[in-house]
Design a protein around this ligand. Structure first.
Ligand SMILES: O=C(O)CCC(=O)C(=O)O
Ligand SMILES: [Fe+2]
Length: 222
């Protein structure tokens, strides 16, 4: 008999996939992106113009060259600047809580909100947000909350040219529209990682792009 592959956190990924999907499908404010390859929703006007502005200022204060598990900044893979927003700041806490509530996620599973800024020429090449559990870094991430389930990402400003989010397998390019929150499930309905969630922050050609991202783990993030 063939050996059954063990997928770390599979049962939790399946459960969270279903609960958040059903919650968003029942939410009249959430637009379901038409694709059969992934669970994906967009929420227009999730953030107000003044909230977006305030977040951009905060990002400028924390942004440093982005780090990646496997690759250094020098590789050109993720050339944006990023940094975690202060999770004890009451304004940040409010935004974070609103995302938790929208998804119906347990707040303890949410990572700190990360801010990210791209200048012309900067990008984040195609990647998956879920962890490769055969890689060395998984040993650490496994104990820090486990696999990532849902991603919530909000666009904070008008980008003059470029800077979309390109889902290379699904074949859609999401234009950065300020205040819009894009949400997707990194797993398949059965809890296996969804390869079709591969996406890139395409190069900004003109202007600056600001986003915030919040990733949810299957267990308590620490
Ligand atoms: O900037 C984008 O559009 C994508 C960002 C992203 O994929 C990430 O932060 O994981
Ligand atoms: Fe990503």
């Amino acid at each position: 008999m063939a050996k059954t592959e063990v997928i770390p956190d599979q049962a939790a990924l399946k459960r969270l996939g279903k609960s958040v999907r059903e919650r968003l499908e029942a939410d009249p404010g959430a637009y379901k992106v038409e694709t059969d390859k992934a669970d994906m929703f967009a929420i227009g006007d999730f953030l107000s113009a003044s909230e977006c502005e305030r977040l951009c200022v905060m990002i400028d204060l924390v942004a440093r060259p982005s780090s990646l598990h496997e690759l250094g900044y020098e590789s050109g893979f993720r050339t944006s600047y990023s940094g975690d927003l202060d999770p004890t700041d009451s304004f940040v806490m409010g935004i974070s809580r609103r995302i938790d509530d929208l998804l119906g996620m347990n707040p303890v599973c949410g990572e700190a909100i990360q801010g990210q800024r791209y200048l012309p020429g900067q990008q984040f090449k195609p990647h998956n947000d879920w962890f490769y559990t055969t890689e060395k870094y998984w040993e650490l991430e496994r104990k820090r909350g486990g696999q990532r389930s849902w991603t919530a990402m909000a666009y904070l400003n008008e980008v003059e040219e470029g800077g979309g989010t390109h889902f290379t397998e699904i074949g859609i390019n999401v234009e950065p529209k300020p205040g819009v929150l894009l949400v997707w499930n990194n797993a398949l309905p059965d809890g296996r990682p969804n390869e079709a969630t591969m996406h890139a922050g395409t190069p900004v050609l003109k202007g600056t792009k600001y986003v915030i991202t919040k990733w949810y783990r299957t267990r308590t993030w620490k």
